[in-house]
Write a new protein. Structure first.
Length: 272
């Protein structure tokens, strides 16, 4: 082999070695892009979507009864599918409803996945994803109570509501006295004990409760004229994350994932 050929070969080998050391291969570039996108989201933990949820709000966020006690539910499965689309790990911070927005404000988690209803007060302070649940609110009473058949009939009655919930505002607007509770389970218990006259909540929550606990001794007395829309909630500085979540939700609608999860829990698509 000539000295010229040896020299050229050496240069090629050296160049290849430098390229390998520089980490400039295509896979490395893709990884860097994903890391950069994750950084743009302003996550509490880099590479991980931290989610605030109750863990006691069946069928949306609860622990299963199969012995493992794993966190599951409609909201849980949808946000897990979103995180998967975004290439992020996911972790859940279980928090009582009345403290969940304070946790979001404090940066303990990046998003709330807990059937948060979009309303004017919340949109003034928070960002929301596109809705993934559409359902009316209902008044739930004892099945032998015929004194309440409309929201006007709540005047002077006592309802059990979470004090930071959308339903508490509706109860007060209807003239009811509100007994503060931590969530649906406690509200139902007070109602069944006869300590309150009614509770207002999402229709899907009651239907699931009726299915899994029948006979409950409870019934729907009335429902709202318009359906509420529920979505993931974020602080105002999470614009990039909201855009990415919305894009993921659109993909999950298109490929049938959201409809499939909805059918699993409700027997129909409640996402639109």
């Amino acid at each position: 082999m000539s000295r010229r050929l040896i020299a050229v070969t050496a240069l090629v080998v050296a160049a290849a070695a430098l390229t390998a050391c520089s980490g400039s291969s295509t896979p490395a570039s893709t990884s860097s892009d994903e890391s950069s996108a994750s950084s743009d989201f302003g996550l509490a933990t880099e590479g991980t979507l931290t989610v605030g949820t109750e863990g006691t709000y069946r069928p949306f966020s609860f622990h299963d009864d199969n012995g493992a006690g794993e966190l599951t539910g409609y909201d849980v499965e949808i946000i897990e599918a979103v995180a998967d689309k975004l290439g992020l790990e996911i972790t859940f911070e279980e928090t009582q409803w009345d403290a969940i927005f304070a946790g979001l404000d404090a940066g303990r988690f990046d998003v709330i996945a807990n059937q948060v209803t979009i309303n004017d007060d919340r949109t003034a302070k928070y960002l929301f994803s596109t809705p993934y649940t559409v359902s009316p609110g209902v008044i739930v009473v004892a099945d032998d109570d015929d004194s309440i058949s409309s929201f006007a009939d709540l005047e002077g009655k006592t309802t059990a509501q979470s004090l930071t919930s959308n339903w508490k505002d509706l109860a007060e607007e209807s003239g009811a006295k509100v007994e503060g509770v931590e969530g649906w389970a406690q509200a139902v218990e007070l109602l069944r004990q006869g300590r309150v006259d009614a509770t207002i909540n999402d229709k899907l929550t009651f239907l699931d409760y009726e299915t899994t606990n029948s006979p409950t001794g409870l019934k729907i007395a009335a429902e709202t004229d318009e359906a509420g829309e529920q979505a993931f909630a974020f602080t105002k500085d999470k614009e990039s994350l909201v855009e990415a979540v919305d894009a993921a939700l659109e993909e999950l609608r298109a490929d049938g994932t959201i409809a499939e999860i909805s059918e699993k829990y409700f027997g129909e698509d409640v996402s639109q």
